[in-house]
Design a protein around this ligand. Structure first.
Ligand SMILES: [Zn+2]
Length: 459
């Protein structure tokens, strides 16, 4: 019996090994699935690739190499012992010793199966890539603008390559996005925030762009800022006023019973939320000018408050807060018809806190007009409107006492003075710069234009 047991055992063992080999062969014959993010073919030395590997037998090894002119140079290798079936490795390309130009990135991943006498299955992914270490070059086509505090200016520029995340950067952190035009140039209408001094603004204006490989250009641009004085008003808040606010707007501050606390919350938290909402609503805009000529204002109206009027609020002789009035107040007849200031597209109608019933119109290139304290709406979001078309009537909804229209202009997400946009000559200058037809100072007459002062040839 003994003599027969050993060979039998051997046969079973051999069969088992064979079966396991076949099983593992059938079970897993392929190397790990490989997916790479971001899906780009232009990279910079700062690019980080996220390599995701999936394999039911577990991921055992990852290596990356550069193939160029028939030579392969490995620059990354990592082994894993934990048998994870789905893992993502972030590989920086800084150490790859890359050179500008085209190459192939070879990504090899090996699984933990017993295939190939225990070496596992390997899959190779070869990605054609180009290394780009040059940031995009931007060339400015407009002259340095005079720009008033609380106002706007325009810049038009071209780029040496395809770019994104581009526009005017203010204070190093606030990007006013530019819009790509049909002729390939970029246009950005940007604000000089009324809170900044001309000195600070001058120092802080840059243009920026990022190319397909992730190289970023940031360069300072020349502007000629000038100051504007804004009115400073001291307002004494009375109990009668606080009670009126509380009666009218306590729904904006649920749970606040005290009229003073209600007013302070409206003036601070509610106002801030409203402005954040406005900022969101004006983040996307038509990529071309929808407007046509100067903007129009409420006809036959008296200006009751101007842009950026600063109000210091006192109660019983004590300072309780402050507020800036961002827009102009126009008073006409009671429930007067409100014309759209220009051609555009309605992006919002509805109630918004201190603004009451609010209508917001997109005029393209990040320029919006705003109408607050309205009684009703004759238009709705999505409607195209023409200059002068009646959009609703004035009233005193929101934080307003007395029928009037609060009219504002928002550029790049910031409220700017509407006065510039109500001036057709100023608007024409913006339009000419957007269209690239503003004659640079001192330039010779363009071909096709009759030179001035020269007599025409007689027949
Ligand atoms: Zn107002």
């Amino acid at each position: 019996m003994r003599t027969r047991l050993l060979p039998n055992l051997l046969v079973v063992l051999v069969l088992a090994v064979l079966a396991f080999g076949v099983w593992s062969f059938v079970y897993d014959m392929e190397g790990p699935e490989i997916a790479v993010e971001p899906k780009v073919d232009r990279i910079s030395p700062n690019t980080k690739l996220a390599v995701r590997m999936k394999d039911k037998a577990g991921v055992r090894e990852l290596s990356l190499a550069i193939r160029r002119d028939g030579q392969v140079q490995e620059f990354y290798r990592k082994r894993y012992e934990d048998g994870l079936t789905d893992r993502t490795e972030t590989v920086p390309l800084k150490d790859a010793n890359l050179q500008d130009g085209a190459f192939e990135l070879e990504i090899k991943a090996t699984d933990g199966s017993l295939a190939g006498f225990g070496h596992g299955n390997t899959r190779t992914l070869a990605l054609p890539m180009t290394l780009d270490t040059q940031p995009p070059r931007l060339s400015i086509k407009t002259l340095p603008p005079h720009i008033g505090r609380g106002g706007c200016a325009v810049i038009r520029y071209t780029a040496s390559e395809e770019i994104h995340d581009t526009g005017v950067l203010i204070n190093g952190n606030f990007l006013v996005p530019a819009f790509l035009q049909k002729d390939g140039s970029w246009v950005c209408i940007y604000p000089f925030p009324y809170r900044m001094s001309p000195q600070d603004f001058k120092k802080s204006v840059e243009i920026t762009a990022t190319d397909g490989a992730g190289n970023v250009t940031r360069s300072h641009i020349t502007v000629m800022p000038f100051d504007r004085r804004f009115k400073d008003d001291k307002i004494t808040v009375t109990d009668a006023f606080l009670n009126r606010v509380h009666e009218k707007l306590s729904h904006l501050t649920p749970g606040v019973g005290d009229p003073m606390q209600c007013y302070l919350a409206i003036n601070d938290a509610v106002r801030r939320q409203n402005m954040e909402r406005l900022f969101e609503l004006t983040r996307s805009s038509a990529g071309a000018m929808l407007w046509n000529g100067g903007f129009m204002q409420l006809p036959r109206a008296a200006v009751r408050a101007s842009f950026a009027d600063h109000r210091t609020l006192y109660y019983n002789g004590q300072l309780i807060g402050e507020a800036s009035h961002l827009g102009i107040d126009l008073a006409s007849l009671r429930n007067a018809e409100i014309p759209a200031a220009n051609d555009g597209k309605v992006v919002f109608t509805g109630e918004l806190g201190v603004y009451g019933n609010l209508c917001l119109i997109d005029h393209g290139l990040g320029v919006f007009s705003l109408y607050a304290h309205m009684q009703n709406f004759d238009v709705k979001a999505g409607d195209a409107v023409a200059k002068g078309q009646i959009i609703g009537r004035t009233d005193q909804t929101g934080l307003a006492f007395g029928d009037h229209l609060h009219f504002g202009i928002i550029v790049g997400g910031i409220e700017v003075t509407p006065i510039e946009w109500l001036d057709p000559k100023w608007v024409k200058n913006i339009v000419d710069n957007v269209n690239g037809v503003a004659a640079p100072q001192g330039q010779a007459p363009q071909p096709g234009q009759a030179p001035k002062g020269k007599p025409r040839r007689r027949r």
